[in-house]
Design a protein around this ligand. Structure first.
Ligand code: ATP
Ligand code: MG
Length: 231
């Protein structure tokens, strides 16, 4: 069986600026993979590259073994990859319910199931996106991603900038997704939480993957890895 997502030797540029220098990784069905690295190391660019939002200049992306390199972003997304972007992907001028409705595609994730995952949203259905707290917006963004019924969900900054209690609620939801077998690529700065959550971990340093391995392998060189992540 082929990997759900494969990124092979991605080189990505912003204009003349060479940001990704041969990024390679893969995600198997059902796996939770974490993507770590200090600010500006290329995490968002890696995500944008695989999704075709900032297409790589060279390298290859495959979804379920199918090459999608060079495809427009909406076609790659339609292969079953949903993004919860940095800074939240919601429509501020639509209500919560409308935000959910426009995301919905057929599958096991229904409005009822995402509201069971994030009960707070149920009380806010008639509110506008812009009226939600940061944490509620992130819950709505995750709910919208799930309603597309993806094979893989990508969280770019799962809990960044949110209050501790809300962060715990979001991590609990992400753990529930993992336990249900949803594949995920998770970016965050909470290394301890990521180590407990992920099957495999990647560390980016200046656009290169400098560590890739499971939690035991991470811990076997914990000092070096934590050094790579220290601000
Ligand atoms: N639109 C852009 N134009 C030019 N350079 C960019 C652009 N977006 C990002 N960069 C640069 O590319 C590099 C990688 O940025 P990227 O946003 O991928 O980092 P990141 O790991 O996601 O950081 P953070 O943890 O702050 O989100 C940085 O040097 C950044 O300044
Ligand atoms: Mg980023």
């Amino acid at each position: 069986m082929s990997a759900l997502l494969e990124a092979i030797e991605l080189h990505t540029f912003y204009g003349a600026s060479h940001v990704l220098h041969g990024v390679t990784f893969s995600i198997e069905p059902g796996q939770t993979v974490t993507l770590m690295g200090r600010n500006g190391m290329g995490k968002t660019t890696t995500i944008r590259s695989v999704l075709g939002l900032t297409p790589p200049r060279s390298g290859e992306v495959r979804v379920n073994g199918k090459p999608v390199t060079g495809w427009p972003a909406h076609r790659i997304a339609a292969e079953g990859i949903a993004l919860v972007p940095e800074g939240r992907g919601i429509f501020p001028s639509l209500s919560v319910r409308e935000n959910l409705l426009v995301a919905q595609r057929p599958g096991r994730w229904t409005e009822e199931r995402v509201l069971a995952l994030f009960p707070r949203l149920r009380d806010r259905l008639a509110h506008l996106g812009s009226q939600l707290s940061g944490g509620e917006q992130q819950m709505l963004s995750i709910a919208r991603a799930l309603l597309t019924n993806p094979r893989l969900v990508i969280l770019d900054g799962a809990t960044e900038g949110l209050a501790p209690l809300i962060r715990q609620e979001i991590w609990a939801a992400v753990r529930r997704l993992r336990d249900e077998g949803m594949a995920a690529l998770v970016v965050d700065k909470e290394v301890k939480t990521l180590l407990a959550l992920g099957d495999r971990h990647l560390i980016l340093l200046k656009g290169r993957v400098v560590f890739s391995g499971d939690t035991a392998a991470f811990r076997a060189r914990a000092e070096e890895n934590l050094g790579l992540l220290r601000a």
